[in-house]
Write a protein that binds this ligand. Structure first.
Ligand code: IMP
Length: 427
């Protein structure tokens, strides 16, 4: 059975959790490979309705091993809370494992995320304030504390001593706040370590063994390609790579091991946080989509900016991810609209371009060039086969396929597992 990376192909919130939960029924392993608890994966299944931030969306199937990979920044407090809440609702987490190489979110990361955003003033990035950016900054600066450090108290104290000395200077001298106490942070993280120890281990061996047994492995992304720090709308991006390439680095397997890359696109666009969004609708259609789809952040509750499907950005995302297929989610949200628009090009300083500019000042000047398609104005939530979709809905989907240059495998018409249409097999 193959290895499939499931990645967000827009600005996050495309419904990756929902797609992973559905496909995990065929899998034996799900590895979350990037981000932190800035992500919020909503899942509705026979166990109930859940919002996962760190735990892979395959956790509901007892036959599936779930790994939080080395590429994830983990806030241990949030993780323990998430484990407890799942257990209270009868979901077993005995098969949840944490890479000993995963970096931890520390109390100073949370403080710094807030104070750095405040210092940016009108140029704030609109982060989720979960400390994820500062944690990945420390990873690159070689100042991180990793999950494996929790297993050795003596080494943890030494490590924390070195790092806190440096961080406290920044907290006190740059931001004028009270330094953190080494003893308090140490005691708190020792407690987290005791609780999480049974889950922490070398996980690349587990992944390799699953590959050796030819089991189906899902690599679950977080956020979306347009928030990638290299290819997204930098600096209005996140801080770890949501791309299929990031799946190799964040799960600990080589690119030759990935058989399929499934990009998850919403049937329209949404974005939370700052930065350019060419197809944003600041009118009643945007409000209608937001309210109908309840487009409010799973992690922060912030209203999401909504707009038409941006095929220029979508094609770029397909290319840099090497997508072999796509899932189009939330098609049912468009059911009531009389007409639909797809952005097929950008007008930049009087010229039409068909690429996604690197510069956000250029992107902010881009005006969408739209193609209009008729809506279907009929409910699709009960439809389970592609042929039964209204003709206009099929035309919309096939036009998206043409524009993003990749086949659509799956169409979602509601949050529940069954509310999906297989257009073409993924494998
Ligand atoms: P950070 O990842 O919290 O540092 O936030 C950086 C940017 O990424 C902000 O615009 C956030 O709104 C956005 N972001 C981070 N995580 C997600 C997510 O899971 N979905 C959508 N946007 C996200």
């Amino acid at each position: 059975m193959p290895v499939v990376a499931i990645v967000g192909a827009q600005w996050g919130d495309e419904g990756k959790g929902r797609v992973v939960d559905m496909l995990a029924q065929q899998a034996r392993m799900v590895v979350r490979f990037s981000g932190g608890d800035n992500a919020g994966h909503s899942v509705v299944n026979p166990h109930g309705e859940f919002k996962l931030h760190l735990i892979p969306s395959g956790i509901f199937d007892p036959g599936v091993v779930c790994i939080i990979g080395n590429g994830v920044a983990i806030n241990p407090k949030v993780l323990i809370g998430e484990i407890d809440r799942l257990n209270e609702r009868g979901v077993d987490t005995g098969q949840l494992f944490i890479s000993d190489r995963a970096h931890l979110i520390m109390p100073y990361h949370l403080l710094l995320d807030g104070m750095e955003e405040e210092a940016r003033g009108g140029k704030a990035l609109g982060t989720t304030l979960k400390g994820v950016g500062p944690a990945f900054t420390d990873k690159a600066a070689r100042l991180g504390v990793r999950a494996g450090d929790l297993l050795d108290k003596k080494a943890l104290k030494e490590r924390l001593g070195t790092v806190l000395e440096y961080k406290n200077v920044i907290l006190a001298k740059v931001y004028g706040v009270k330094p953190l106490s080494l003893d308090e942070v140490y005691t708190q993280y020792c407690r987290y370590g005791e609780r999480l120890a049974p889950h922490i281990r070398e996980t690349t061996i587990m992944v390799d063994e699953a590959l050796g047994r030819r089991e189906m492995v899902i690599l679950e992304g977080a956020q979306g390609a347009l928030l990638d720090p290299d290819f997204g709308t930098y600096p209005y991006t996140t801080s770890s790579s949501p791309l299929a390439g990031g799946a190799c680095l964040g799960a600990g397997l080589g690119p030759t091991k990935i058989d399929r890359v499934l990009g998850v696109y919403k049937a329209y666009c949404s974005r939370v946080g700052s930065g350019p969004m060419t197809t944003e609708l600041k009118d009643e259609t945007g409000d209608l989509i937001r309210e109908r789809a309840h487009e409010y952040g799973t992690t922060t509750g912030r209203p999401r900016r909504c707009g038409w499907f941006d095929a220029v950005a979508a094609r770029f995302s397909s290319r840099i991810n090497g997508l072999t297929g796509a899932a189009v989610t939330r098609l049912d949200i468009l059911d009531i609209l009389p007409g639909l628009k797809i952005c097929v090009g950008y007008e930049l300083d009087g010229k039409t371009i068909d690429y996604f500019p690197a510069s956000i000042t250029e992107l902010a000047r881009c005006k969408p060039v739209y193609e209009e398609l008729p809506g279907w104005q009929a409910p699709t939530t009960e439809i389970r086969s592609y042929e039964q979709l209204p003709l206009e809905a099929r035309r919309y989907v096939t036009r998206l396929e043409e524009l993003i240059s990749c086949p659509v495998n799956l169409i979602c018409v509601g949050p529940e597992r069954a509310q999906a249409i297989e257009k073409a097999p993924i494998f």
